[in-house]
Design a protein around this ligand. Sequence first.
Ligand SMILES: [Mn+2]
Length: 447
Amino acid sequence: MAVSANIENPPVDAARLYPQHIAILMERAARALDKCQREHLLIAAGVEKYRFLDDRPVPFETNPHFKAWLPLLEHPGCWLKVTPGHKPHLFYFQPEDFWHKPPADPEGYWTEEFTISVFRDPDALRALLPPPERCAIVGEADAAREDWVPDNPPALLDHLHYHRAFKTGYELALMREASRLAVAGHRAAEAAFRAGASEWGIHHAYLRACGHGELDLPYASIVGLNANAAILHYQHRERIAPPQALSLLIDAGASASGYAADITRTYSGKQGEFSALVEKMDALQRALVEQVRPGVDYRDLHRDCHRRLAVLLAESGLLRCSPEQALEQDLVAPFFPHGLGHLIGLQVHDVAGFAASEDGGRIERPEGHPYLRLTRRLEPGMVVTIEPGLYFIDSLLAKLRARPEGAHVDWARVEALAPYGGIRIEDDVACTADAPENLSRDAFAAA
Ligand SMILES: [Mn+2]
């Protein structure tokens, strides 16, 4: 369990940077409370949920607002009270439970920043919480306790979500750690692919190397061999290896105290036209990463990706027209139907990708780009993914082929490459005051 290992034995930097992280969250909370005229911010970690007509719980996922403050991921029933001018107060639920192992006594680097009240009986919470009418209560509806019903004030959430894009030093340290774990997995996955493993085998090599169980992952890994690499969110893992492993696309992350890494790599089984295309995509991706700089509009970066892909498609002969024509006639999107990337942090697709300001408002996607998840201008402290792709997706290419402009495509070439599925290369990149910090490539370089 890598997650609890991080709590017990945190990366040194994270422990050192934690007090400053809490100070920043206190400041954000105070301003957010001002906006909704409440005294206290109450955050419910969440409650266990059960399957329909069943007594088996579904895996617990904590409220991201709770894990922003605390590296506690498996603590249903806890509440946090934040009152400006006071130490944040954690109500730590430690039930007597002979069916399960109850949470350990609170310990670790985080405890010094909190007043901690341990309670064992859920009814004891009533005497601990402030009057509900003075609280902004953040949580899921089913976390309600008597009169303390989550109301998630929009003005408060707008403020907190907008600022969550800017990572504290503590958060960056944990995201570097998540990248380090993910890269250990990616290296093992590539080795398993080269050794002829199935998707199932590659997936398990990945998990073993990064020390994660499936539930520790920030999202379900995408592990596609050959034509399966063309399925953007491919969800299966074939247990039998194909007779010939032409390609592997693996989109897999890792988690450190609840912070995500999200990394994609594509490998070619042999040298040839596909491996040359992978190399070109790698260069294209790196050129986009270089542009993660303050003031850059992410929508422009996404559009620049389209321009570069048009050049790549024309130069590699897949399109027999100019890049300008390819863009004008919408010939790139069938090969690259998704967005360039997204914010990342406590959630793999982090909140507020469209936020216009700390007071709300929305920056719309550019027309014709319905899947872009980030439209904000980049600023230091933001961490984004840069994940251009180039795929041979049957259904999209069939539509293109039926259009008159489809005549610009070298279909023989497309058919030769289709068995390889597609390419995606994805890094997590922090925007700084000058050169970007590539969390993923730094971790590969250090491995
Ligand atoms: Mn991603």
